[in-house]
Design a protein around this ligand. Structure first.
Ligand SMILES: [Zn+2]
Length: 111
C-alpha cells in the first residue's frame, strides 16, 4: 500500500503551497524593483512570511552562483575563487608575487 502521503501536500494543514515558476519569476522581478515583501505578498496573494523566506532563499542561491568557482591556480596550483574562464591565476600570482611563498604554504596545507 502507498502511505506517508498525509499532510505533506500543498494546502494541507496550513502549509504554504509550492511556488510555481511563474510566481518565482514574478517575485524576482518585483524584488529587483525594490518592492517590499509586504507589497509582493499582496500582489501574489501570499503571506508576507512566505514571500520573505522565498526571497531570501532566491537571493542566497543567486549569490552563491555569482561568487565564482574554486579552481587551482595555473601558476602556484593553490585553490582560489575564479571570477571566470579568463581568471586562472590567483591574486598573488597575478600581482607578480614571486615572494609570496609563505602565503602559498599557509593556504596550501589543504591536501
Ligand atoms: Zn597562484
Amino acid at each position: 500500500m502507498i502511505s506517508g502521503k498525509q499532510a505533506t501536500g500543498p494546502g494541507a494543514g496550513g502549509r504554504p503551497a509550492l511556488w510555481s515558476d511563474d510566481e518565482i519569476s514574478a517575485l524576482n522581478t518585483l524584488w529587483n524593483r525594490g518592492k517590499s515583501a509586504a507589497d509582493i505578498a499582496k500582489i501574489l496573494g501570499r503571506s508576507e512570511d512566505s514571500v520573505s523566506v522565498k526571497a531570501s532563499r532566491l537571493l542566497l542561491s543567486r549569490k552563491r552562483k555569482t561568487e565564482g568557482k574554486l579552481i587551482p591556480c595555473i601558476c602556484c596550483t593553490r585553490q582560489f575563487v575564479s571570477e571566470g574562464k579568463h581568471n586562472r591565476m590567483c591574486d598573488p600570482c597575478r600581482e607578480g608575487g614571486d615572494g609570496d611563498l609563505d602565503y602559498v604554504v599557509q593556504f596550501g596545507g589543504v591536501r
